[in-house]
Structure formats: structure tokens, C-alpha cells
Design a protein around this ligand. Structure first.
Ligand SMILES: [Zn+2]
Length: 211
């Protein structure tokens, strides 16, 4: 039995001996617990998501998806959301942009995740050694349009001098911006159907800390 199956969520079904379920039927607290438990499995090197039959998961999700959580993470190659939380096809609704920042396009995507797909948690995930945050701190000169990212990060990190604190401040700032700037998300929070949290991913240990 996988750790996912062990959570005993209603609506589970056995597929080739592996239990899967419509996760969007779970509540806010349970969604947070599943993310935390998935990250603990990742840190321990005991992933269970690969025990699931990908062919069956693919086929079952052709017509619909019911992800239980959304992740807004950095585009950084060292932060692969599904792996970090030990999740598989159809479980996470993931938006990624350098600096894990809130833009109108990201808000629109996450609103879809909440209003149409029914995710119960949005986790804004910053990470150690974030290049986008570091560059914004130094107002570093960069080629092309890379510097357009700075304007979104700078308000979050004023007067902060170390990168780790700046990354955490940015994740918290983007999470609060999301809570305030979307009527869809604000209503879902008010109705106890959603939590928007900020997190920090440690590259070395693989551990996610909810801030
Ligand atoms: Zn980054």
C-alpha cells in the first residue's frame, strides 16, 4: 500500500493493486498534510508516486483532472514540483515562472485551478539560491528582457541583505498579493475551501518548510 493510499481518503479506487483517488474531494487540512507527507517521502528517498500505473493514470485523466493542490514555483531546474511532493499525473496544478511571482497570467491560471478544478491549497514556493531573487537584489545588469522580472520581486525584498531571507520574504509577499488581488481566490479562502501558503525549498536537503 502506498502512503497516498494509507491516507484513507474517501473516493479511493484500487487500480492494479495501487490505490488512487479523486484528491479534490479532500479538505484544506488534508491537502496540506498530503503535500507535507509527499515531501517527507521525497526527503527520505522513498517515493511512492512511481508505484502508480502511469498508463492508467493517463487514461483516467484524459477527460477530467482533479488536482488537490496548486504550486507556484520558480522555473529553476532544481525545483521539480511533482518530484518534490511525490505526486503523479493529475495531482498537482503547477505554474512556474522565474522568481515565483504573481502576474496577471499567473493569477488567471491559479484562478482556473481554484474555481474550475477545485484545488484546496496554493503553495507559493521559493527556493534556496534563487537566481531571480539574487539578481533583483543586486539590480544586476542582464541581457534581453530578463530584468522585467525585477519589478515583481523588488517590492518584497527591500532592505533585506541575505538571499535566504529575501527568498522567504518574496514567497510570503507573492502569497499575500495573490490573496488580495484575486476576488475568486479571496472568496474561496473566505468559504474555507482554500488556503494560500508560502514555502521555502532547501536545495541541499530537499525539505520544504511552510512559512
Ligand atoms: Zn529561482
Amino acid at each position: 500500500m502506498t502512503a497516498v493510499a494509507a491516507s484513507g481518503v474517501a473516493g479511493a479506487a484500487m487500480i492494479r493493486g495501487v490505490e488512487v483517488q479523486a484528491k479534490s474531494s479532500i479538505g484544506v487540512d488534508e491537502a496540506i498534510r498530503e503535500l507535507t507527507a509527499g515531501n517527507e517521502r521525497f526527503v527520505a528517498g522513498k517515493l511512492t508516486s512511481f508505484d502508480l500505473d502511469l498508463k492508467i493514470l493517463r487514461e483516467r485523466t484524459v477527460e477530467k483532472q482533479e488536482p488537490f493542490a496548486a504550486i507556484l514555483s520558480c522555473a529553476d531546474s532544481r525545483v521539480p514540483a511533482e518530484l518534490v511532493f511525490d505526486q503523479s499525473i493529475g495531482h498537482l496544478f503547477v505554474t512556474r515562472v522565474a522568481g515565483n511571482m504573481i502576474t496577471p497570467e499567473i493569477i488567471g491560471s491559479l484562478e482556473y485551478g481554484v474555481a474550475v478544478l477545485g484545488v484546496k491549497v496554493i503553495l507559493v514556493l521559493g527556493h534556496a539560491k534563487c537566481g531571480a531573487v539574487s539578481a533583483a537584489m543586486k539590480a544586476q545588469e542582464v541581457p534581453g528582457q530578463i530584468s522585467v522580472l525585477y519589478q515583481h520581486i523588488v517590492p518584497a525584498i527591500r532592505e533585506i541583505e541575505d538571499v535566504e531571507s529575501a527568498v522567504k520574504a518574496n514567497a510570503r509577499f507573492q502569497a499575500s498579493l495573490l490573496r488580495e488581488s484575486s476576488t475568486v481566490i479571496a472568496k474561496a479562502i473566505k468559504d474555507d475551501g482554500l488556503r494560500v501558503a508560502a514555502g521555502y525549498y532547501d536545495l541541499g536537503t530537499g525539505k520544504v518548510t511552510v512559512l
